[in-house]
Design a protein around this ligand. Structure first.
Ligand code: PEP
Ligand code: MG
Length: 759
């Protein structure tokens, strides 16, 4: 059965459109089950009727004509009950309804199974037979399994059809929504520009050549061409990124070096293979190696190699990058966006990014955040190759993409974009104002940084400090561990840029979905595995070097704070403190005169929530990582689009945990901040302030909005709202209560306009 299923699904997947897919389904299921009829009915959302869309056995002329409401007929019954129905004699059932045009009166037995995708009933799959008989358990199981497998395929084919405005019945379906994960906040409306691979390396054949020197010559000039392209791309990004951050382009350059990829290709050419074949050979070997490692970061490296391979091939084929015309308000879409692609769009045209692969921690998302470009990552169901030139909306707040948006939705998002623009325009005025509530409560707003480019944006927005400097970011854009000296220079720049404001540097937090190419970690369950402090405690040489670099960098500035990630208990904290003291002793012995900086712990694992008081006693401050805390409390992967709607930092369990952390930290007399994405959500920020957080740290993009809102509300009102919300047990009701309350205060539009749209 499994084999048959697999074959059918494969065949259906390869079908050119929905109609063909349904045709294959009915034919193959009928054959396999040996029935006389197999039909598919799909639920038309506009008319809310199950429409006969394909049949093998019934009268084909009734296709598209016969339909029934959910409360009509056996098909309607299967659809509404969301359960299979197995009848020996269908006509005896009270819900039986006879459609003369189908000719189904001849068939006695009926087996129907609902087709459900992500909880949505899409249709019903039916088989019928002349003789009166009950279908057996095996047959029922087959049909149910088939329906479950087909649901995704049908949903995909339907969405692809809707992209070009062709719905299941040829009618224009205007809008389709594709869920991914947030990559960089903000919203954008624009025209999709799909970056397809310029050349397909995989289909290059092998070919022997006699004139090896000519091939070598050809390859050398391709190398030169790509090198020059990379240089000019890097230069073009010079205004937006600092030299250190453009180091990724150096990695590309290095891969091209004679000793690396280039040299290997040359070796294969010397065996008599033509340059294109040699390139395919070497590149695919590298990709396979990376992909086999099954590691998020290394998969990204595989995509770097793939990207380079395609660029070289384009030169070899002399199909140099054709002059592309980038539309205004360009939304770049690719299966795997690379930072290099960002640089290719002429300045001022790029408004949004969508990547089918990747997560919020992919390189391209890190760059996009630093550049302030709304981005959605991991939109896995988006049929990206079919959307070039169509209108798109990118909602980087929620990680959603809309194709062919309706006028109404466009208008709503246009308001979001305009309000964001107004806010940015008013930044100068807002920057100078304190973040103070109507009744005089001061709420310090800090920023999260990673790249140096973040510093400029943070300063433009009037941040009062850095609540989280993710040190793994400079590690991730290098291709080896940075030395103590290199780290010192990077950290010094961060500290100096904000001086005298405090900068909270988190020790290396790799693992999970943040891996280093030069330090691969392969695990089945990386978020529950070797991450954060677990890695650095096992490698004191990495930890000590990093802390020494931080301490030395702070000499004379004294605005450093050190933060420890992923602490799950006292033992890890004590070991970390021991190492920090050791590093401090060492640097002072070496003549660097620095005080011991304040040390803090991240509360991002449920175990830490319950040990807040024990942890607080031993440190100077606490900082909640709401991204991980939400993920671990709710057991929802923060990067998995399939469960994105379950990932909710306003879940009552999360709110209760946060309240506890604040109370317990304060009971020990220690300040507590929060540095996950939640702090940057204006409505959530109101609650966090009311809970008593001493500081909110967020991405620079959201800071002005949070400041704006907190300046419009009183602490008294915020506390009322919090106590109202804390009595609610349902996340959805919490969302709507919060929105309603803020709207009643006249603050609805500005809070997070995109969340209004979602509601
Ligand atoms: C968090 O988990 O909330 C956090 C701030 O850390 P990161 O997102 O880097 O894991
Ligand atoms: Mg975290």
């Amino acid at each position: 059965m499994l084999n048959t299923l697999r074959k059918i699904v494969q065949e259906v997947n390869a079908a050119k459109d929905l109609k063909a897919a349904l045709g294959i389904i009915v034919q193959r299921v009928k054959e396999t089950m040996g029935t006389q009829v197999c039909s598919v009915y799909l639920l038309d959302p506009e008319s809310n009727r199950f429409v006969l869309m394909a049949t093998d056995g019934l009268n084909k002329r009734s296709i598209g004509k016969v339909s029934m409401a959910p409360n009509e007929g056996l098909v309607g019954l299967v659809g509404t009950r969301e359960e299979p129905l197995n009848l020996e004699n269908a006509s005896e059932h009270p819900r039986y309804r006879y459609f003369a045009e189908t000719g189904e009166e001849r068939y006695a037995s009926f087996l129907g199974s609902p087709i459900i995708h992500h909880r949505r009933v899409m249709g019903v799959l039916v088989v019928q037979q002349k003789e009166r008989r009950q279908f057996d358990e095996g047959e029922e199981a087959f049909l149910v399994t088939m329906s479950a497998q087909l649901a995704g395929v049908i949903a995909h084919a339907e969405a692809t059809g809707s992209i070009r405005g062709l719905g299941k019945q040829g009618k224009g379906i205007q809008e389709a929504k594709f869920v991914g994960v947030p990559g960089s906040p903000g919203a954008a409306i624009g025209t999709a520009m799909v970056m397809l691979p310029p050349a397909d390396l995989e289909v290059v054949p092998d070919k022997s050549v006699a004139d090896i020197d000519a091939e070598l010559q050809l390859f050398q000039s391709a190398l030169e061409g790509v090198r020059a392209d990379m240089r000019s791309l890097s230069e073009r990004m010079a205004t937006q990124l600092r030299p250190e951050e453009r180091a990724l382009f150096d990695v590309y350059q290095m891969m091209l070096e004679d000793a690396a990829l280039g040299n290997e290709v040359v070796k294969v050419i010397k065996t008599g293979q033509w340059a294109q074949g040699a390139l395919r050979h070497v590149v695919s070997e590298h990709i396979n190696r990376f992909e086999l490692m099954d590691d998020a970061y290394l998969r990204e490296r595989a995509s770097d190699v793939r990207d380079l391979g395609r660029r070289l091939l384009a030169y070899l084929q002399q199909a140099r990058q054709q002059t592309l015309v980038y539309p205004d308000n360009c939304i770049l879409v690719a299966e795997e966006l690379s930072p290099a692609m960002l640089g290719e769009v002429p300045e001022g045209k790029l408004v949004g990014l969508v990547s089918v692969q990747g997560s919020g921690n992919s390189h391209v998302a890190i760059f996009a955040r630093a550049m302030g470009i709304p981005t959605v990552m991991g939109a896995v169901e988006l049929p990206y190759s079919k959307i070039d030139g169509i209108q798109l909306i990118v909602d980087g707040y929620h990680g959603e993409v809309f194709t062919n948006p309706s006028e109404i939705l466009r208008k709503q998002y246009a308001d979001v974009v305009e309000e964001d623009r107004q806010l940015t325009k008013g930044l100068d005025a807002l920057r100078a104002l304190p973040c103070e509530t109507l009744d005089g409560h001061h709420m310090p707003l800090w920023v999260n940084t990673g790249l140096l480019a973040d510093v400029v944006r943070a300063q433009e927005r009037g941040a009062e400090g850095v609540g989280l400097y993710r040190t793994e970011v400079p590690f991730m854009i290098k291709d080896r561990f940075p030395s103590e000296k290199e780290q010192l220079a990077i950290y010094r720049e961060q500290l100096a840029a904000f001086h005298p404001l405090p900068v909270t540097m988190r020790t290396l937090d790799v693992g999970g979905d943040k891996a280093l190419s030069y330090f691969p970690i392969k695990e089945d369950n990386p978020f529950l595995g070797w991450r954060g402090i677990r890695v650095t405690l096992d490698h004191p040489e990495i930890f000590l070097v990093q802390v020494r670099a931080m301490l030395k960098a702070s000499e004379g500035l004294d605005n450093l704070r050190i933060l420890l990630p992923m602490i799950s208990g006292i033992q890890e904290l004590e070991e970390s403190l021991h190492l920090i003291h050791r590093a401090w002793g060492e640097v002072r012995d070496e003549g660097t005169d620095v005080p011991l900086p304040p040390i803090g712990v991240m509360i991002e694992i449920p175990a830490a929530v319950y040990q807040t008081r024990d942890l607080a006693r031993q440190v100077d401050f606490l900082s909640v990582g709401s991204n991980d805390l939400t993920q671990y409390l709710l057991a929802v992967d923060r990067n998995n689009p399939r469960v994105a709607d379950l990932y909710d930092f306003l879940h009552p369990a999360v709110l209760q945990a946060l309240t506890k952390v604040v109370e317990d930290a304060h009971a020990e007399g220690k300040p507590v901040s929060i540095c996950g994405e939640m702090a940057g959500d204006p409505a959530a920020a109101v609650l966090l302030m009311a809970m008593g957080f001493d500081c909110l740290s967020m991405n620079a993009t959201n800071l002005p909005k949070v400041k704006w809102l907190l300046r419009q509300i009183s602490m008294g009102k915020a506390k009322d709202l919090l106590s109202q919300v804390m009595r609610i047990d349902n996340p959805q009701v919490i969302h709507s209560t919060l929105q309603l309350a803020l709207r009643n205060l006249g603050l609805g539009r500005m809070i997070n306009p995109a969340s209004d749209i979602q509601a």
